[in-house]
Design a protein around this ligand. Structure first.
Ligand SMILES: NC(=O)c1ccc[n+]([C@@H]2O[C@H](COP(=O)([O-])OP(=O)(O)OC[C@H]3O[C@@H](n4cnc5c(N)ncnc54)[C@H](OP(=O)(O)O)[C@@H]3O)[C@@H](O)[C@H]2O)c1
Length: 304
């Protein structure tokens, strides 16, 4: 048996807690990892509430966590190219807040030696979503990107990758995050009343692309600033994006994208900004910090 943090029914934080789980055995196409770090994401608490239960029913009890970094403990029967003791990171479809996790081999990559376990665990959701969204936007160096919600995990990764590609970046964030986002080379735009006018003033030649991480009225306030509808992507609100001709980001969740973002992290071009690391025993506190909706950078659990 091993320890994991999850939920036994849908609801608020009252349904979550530690579970004793049978240590899994890797099947075909899987690796078993001894987890060293697990990223904490808004999807974790959103799925606990059951808001997606009709399209994405979960087998309960469920263990939180969609991204992990760790050491290969066992290798599935047909897996080639990985061995016990390898340091890797990857995407999981639940099961990350645990001492051991099964990872499909098609969504795992080697952890570069220069990247810590905690930083690596922060890449598969936020940085890979940022990479997928920017790739779909297809902006060229010198063009201008607006990121709605630049101060969170996906926003800081998208800002750095875009800057690395030579794209000018404006980002909406609370006034409290101005200094932080400016360190990323981003022109800070405070959200709230008058946000569209502030964007126009900061980018008088217009906005070539929009990357939305908030949705709803925050997106509607600025969606019309993008001239070409295919240059608007969202990670969160396809309905509001469609009002402007935009669309949901298509996630790849494959090893290739993980290798690319790990390379950027290893070279120093991408810092996932892990601003808080909690031990697994404090998983509830870590999740609560993300559930506020105002996290800065990433929050990661350290395991073992
Ligand atoms: N589809 C996918 O595959 C996928 C993948 C990753 C994430 N997502 C979704 O994308 C969203 C962002 O994820 P994340 O990991 O970056 O979240 P996060 O780390 O929790 O950050 C959310 C950020 O939104 C900012 N924010 C809140 N209200 C805002 C507003 N009205 N205008 C501008 N910024 C605002 C907050 O900063 P302030 O303090 O400045 O308010 C915070 O920094 C979440 O809804 C998540 O579920 C989807």
């Amino acid at each position: 048996m091993s320890k994991a943090f999850g939920f036994k029914g849908y609801g608020g934080p009252e349904v979550q807690g530690f579970l004793d789980v049978t240590t899994p055995v890797p099947g075909a196409g899987e690796l078993l990892l001894a987890v060293r770090a697990a990223g904490v994401n808004p999807a974790d608490w959103k799925l606990r509430t059951g808001f997606m239960r009709e399209v994405f029913p979960m087998k309960l009890p469920a263990v939180f966590g969609y991204e992990v970094a760790g050491v290969v403990e066992a290798v599935g029967p047909d897996v080639e190219g990985f061995a016990v003791g390898d340091e890797v990171f990857g995407s999981v479809m639940g099961g990350g807040y645990a001492e051991y996790a099964l990872v499909p081999v098609h969504s795992v990559a080697r952890k570069p030696a220069e990247v810590s376990f905690t930083d690596a665990a922060a890449l598969p959701v936020a940085a890979a979503t940022a990479f997928d969204g920017l790739t779909q936007l297809g902006l060229a160096a010198g063009q201008t990107l607006l990121i709605v919600g630049v101060g969170g995990g996906v926003g800081v990764a998208a800002a750095q990758i875009a800057r690395h590609w030579g794209i000018r970046v404006l980002g909406t964030a609370s006034a409290a995050k101005r200094e932080f986002v400016e360190t990323l080379g981003v022109t800070h735009v405070a959200y709230g009343d008058g946000v569209a006018d502030r964007v126009r003033a900061a980018a008088p030649d217009g906005v070539d692309g929009l990357f939305d991480l908030v949705g709803g009225d925050a997106l509607r306030a600025v969606g019309a600033l993008v001239a070409a509808p295919n240059r608007l992507v969202t990670a969160v609100d396809p309905g509001a994006a469609a009002e402007f001709g935009g669309h949901m980001i298509e996630r790849s969740r494959d090893s290739h994208v993980l290798e690319v973002v790990a390379g950027l992290a290893a070279s120093g071009a991408l810092n996932p900004f892990v601003n808080a690391v909690f031990p697994l025993v404090q998983a509830a506190e870590a999740l609560s910090a993300v559930e506020t909706g105002h996290a800065e950078g990433k929050i990661v659990l350290q395991v073992g």
